[in-house]
Design a protein around this ligand. Structure first.
Ligand SMILES: Cc1ncc(C[n+]2csc(CCOP(=O)(O)OP(=O)(O)O)c2C)c(N)n1
Ligand SMILES: [Mg+2]
Length: 348
């Protein structure tokens, strides 16, 4: 299995007009969220933001392929996936303001975002193995970037999943960059999907800027995983913005090879044009979808602003039942630093 699906007449896809519109709605929400988050960060409203502009089709397509009972293992980059799964937008913002929320009041299973690269991959394999032991019929979708494939955790997670038939889809979003390192310096393999062969299961490439193709590919991969055959999906897209708001891509982007137009094209513009050509959206619907997204965002920002300041002790409270002495010392140091500097008197 190794394919990139070109755009087809909507009637030749497994998706209804309503599903195609719902996908569009989620892509608009994702785009507007990313733009707002970037603006809020620039105002000093929250800490750094990792933009996902250009990756909306890939993330929304994958999220909408999941059943409610499936586990999502997201990262700092896959916020559009979380939003498309109806994780409250305010939680994604609050996480960036130091609050511990990540999926409050939300009963669709999502792990917290992994920031250490690739650590979520063995976790997902373990959850898949646990599902087998418990006879659950769900699956796990593990999101990671092209850079994560160079970590030992990638090997360990895929190896376990292959040996133990864990119901896991490994969803590698190849956005061409790991900070400043281009994909061709990341691995000498022809493709990332091809690495699946070493683990005894299938790898598939998909056009990550075509949300319906991603949705179909990931749906099939999840069905295969539920039958005991994990799949590695390589979703080919492009990071159009900086790595994070602390990054300046003009320092290195010349290092990119020439990529085909479909890799770097704007997935939202492309999808909207496709749906217009299919007679599925018109100006009125486009305007309404944007207005609804703006309203949802205004509400999310207001909710986040109404939340209490984060408690500095939170960073110590959730890992150990009993803090080891070194961390207890650090907690004491932080407490006195906060007292001395009135950190939370600052307007943020
Ligand atoms: C274990 C670990 N090593 C290094 C880092 C620093 N780091 C943060 S993002 C990143 C690049 C990751 O690239 P990729 O996996 O392609 O994900 P993307 O940022 O493109 O979504 C690195 C090396 C980290 N967070 N964790
Ligand atoms: Mg990357």
């Amino acid at each position: 299995m190794n394919r990139i699906i070109g755009e087809r007449d909507l009637r030749e896809t497994p998706f209804s007009v309503e599903e195609a519109r719902a996908t569009y709605r989620q892509m608009v929400r994702a785009r507007e969220f990313d733009e707002r988050a970037l603006a809020l960060q620039r105002r000093g409203w929250m800490s750094s933001w990792p933009p996902y502009r250009g990756q909306e089709g890939s993330q929304v397509g994958a999220a909408l392929a999941m059943a409610d009972a499936d586990w999502l293992f997201p990262t700092y980059r896959s916020n559009a996936m979380q939003i498309a799964r109806d994780v409250p937008m305010s939680d994604v913002l609050l996480f960036r303001r130091g609050r511990p929320e990540f999926a409050s009041g939300h009963d669709v299973p999502n792990f917290p975002q992994a920031v250490p690269i690739a650590t979520q991959i063995p976790h997902a394999a373990g959850v898949g193995m646990a599902m087998n032991y418990r006879d659950d019929d769900g699956a796990a979708l593990c999101y990671f970037g092209d850079g994560a494939t160079s970590e030992g955790d990638f090997h360990e997670g895929l190896n376990f999943a292959g040996v133990f038939d864990a119901p896991v889809v490994f969803f590698c979003e190849n956005n061409e960059w790991a900070i400043s390192l281009p994909r061709h310096r990341q691995t000498a393999s022809d493709s990332i999907a091809g690495k699946a062969q070493a683990y005894g299961f299938e790898g598939v490439q998909v056009d990550g800027n075509d949300p319906l193709a991603v949705r179909e590919t990931v749906s099939e991969a999840l069905a295969s995983a539920r039958d005991g055959d994990p799949v590695l999906v390589e979703s080919l897209t492009y990071r159009q913005g900086a790595h994070t708001t602390s990054d300046d891509p003009s320092q290195y982007e010349d290092a990119a090879r020439d990529l085909p137009e479909w890799r770097t094209a704007d997935p939202l513009e492309r999808y909207e044009e496709y749906l217009r050509n299919q007679g599925v959206v018109n100006d009125a619907l486009v305007d309404r979808v944007h207005e609804e997204a703006e309203e949802a965002l205004d509400e999310a920002v207001a909710t986040a602003e109404a939340a209490p300041d984060p408690d500095p002790d939170d960073v110590f409270d959730r890992v150990y039942a009993d803090l080891p002495p070194r961390l207890r010392d650090q907690q004491g140091w932080l407490d006195s630093f906060v007292d001395d500097h009135d950190v939370y008197e600052l307007d943020h």
